[in-house]
Design a protein around this ligand. Structure first.
Ligand SMILES: [Zn+2]
Length: 326
């Protein structure tokens, strides 16, 4: 597990990446006979090339790095792989955070997730990969694209949408409790190999949809809804620790799991809960049963995922983590 970034580290990365972003061109070396127009044209073409061919790397002499994809969309993630020596202390920085890495059994291949929050502004974001012990570093640029996730229209009882003062206060307090989970330091990874679907059934509510509730625009859907009858078993998507068990206004009976490595999973609207805060849970172990508690239109499991603080599509986490199975 890499240590948390100190303030000095953060400042270093911010400056290094700001410089890198600001000066994407090698120093100009004027050639005889080349007109100002052609120089300008080639600069424009080079910029176009840099923005199209992603990832763009600055120093090919650094560590061996690859990505599962050259671009990503808001609300999604990609897998980063770094090859090195078993003794390397590899640092990866993305979106101003150090990205936790896990390594394979012989310790020479590291994996980490680069995630873009559902509300992340589309644009080009730098990735820095550094092996301080060997003086190696490499920078890349990854484009985060927009995506149209579509719209869902829901009808709910008025009291569940237009909240009275008491409910507003309750919701505010509950949000503070949940947000304190994301503020805590990243713990060492407890998850291992691929993530699994917590209820083996169809997705009835896709990730990312804009929500129109009782004809009014509300927050987008930050998880997936999985079909399930009341009482169907809900299993842990991976191994980790239960960090919050609650009965909240919107999410009903809820379980929050910290898998370490800055990966959290959330299970909402449960009918009953079979685990307690502080429990270490193995992948596939029963957490509780499907229900319709909180603000739900019927029994289903809402499954949400946060990776390095970003709200991302849980189904991509399943897909990408398969590469980490032995
Ligand atoms: Zn949902």
């Amino acid at each position: 597990m890499n240590p948390a970034l100190t303030d000095a580290d953060k400042a270093f990365w911010r400056i290094a990446m700001a410089r890198y972003i600001a000066s994407p061109f090698p120093p100009a070396s004027p050639k005889r006979g080349e007109t100002a127009f052609l120089r300008r044209l080639s600069a424009v073409l080079l910029m176009a090339l840099i923005l199209t061919v992603m990832p763009f790397e600055s120093r090919p002499s650094g560590p061996d790095v690859s990505f599962s994809s050259d671009t990503l969309v808001r609300g999604d993630l990609i897998l980063l792989r770094v090859r090195g020596e078993a003794s390397d202390n590899i640092q990866v920085v993305w979106m101003e955070k150090e990205i936790p890495l896990v390594h394979n059994s012989n310790g020479c291949l590291w994996h980490g997730f680069l995630a873009a929050d559902l509300n992340q502004k589309p644009g080009v974001y730098p990735v820095a990969v550094r092996v301080p012990s060997r003086g190696l570093e490499r920078y890349f640029k990854l484009r985060v694209n927009d995506r149209d996730y579509g719209v869902r229209k829901i009808r709910l009882p008025r009291a569940k949408v237009e909240l009275d003062e008491a409910s507003l206060q309750r919701v505010k307090k509950e949000a503070q409790t949940v947000n304190s989970l994301w503020d805590a330091d990243c713990r060492p990874p407890e998850w291992k190999g691929s993530f699994r679907i917590p209820v083996d059934n169809k997705i009835v509510g896709p990730f990312g949809q804009k929500s129109i509730i009782n004809k009014k625009k509300r927050s987008p859907h930050t998880g997936v809804d999985i079909r399930g009858k009341t009482g169907s078993l809900v299993r842990a998507a991976n191994s980790g620790t239960v960090v919050l068990v609650a009965d909240h206004f919107f999410t009903g009976k809820s379980v929050y799991m910290d898998h370490g490595g800055c990966i959290f999973n959330m299970y909402f609207h449960l009918d009953s809960i079979q685990v307690e805060e502080g429990d270490f849970i193995e992948k596939g172990q029963i957490l509780g049963r499907v229900g319709a508690t909180g603000r739900a239109t019927g029994p289903h499991l809402h499954w949400g995922v946060r990776v390095n603080g970003a709200r991302v599509n849980p189904l991509t986490l399943i897909e990408l983590s398969r590469e980490l199975d032995p």
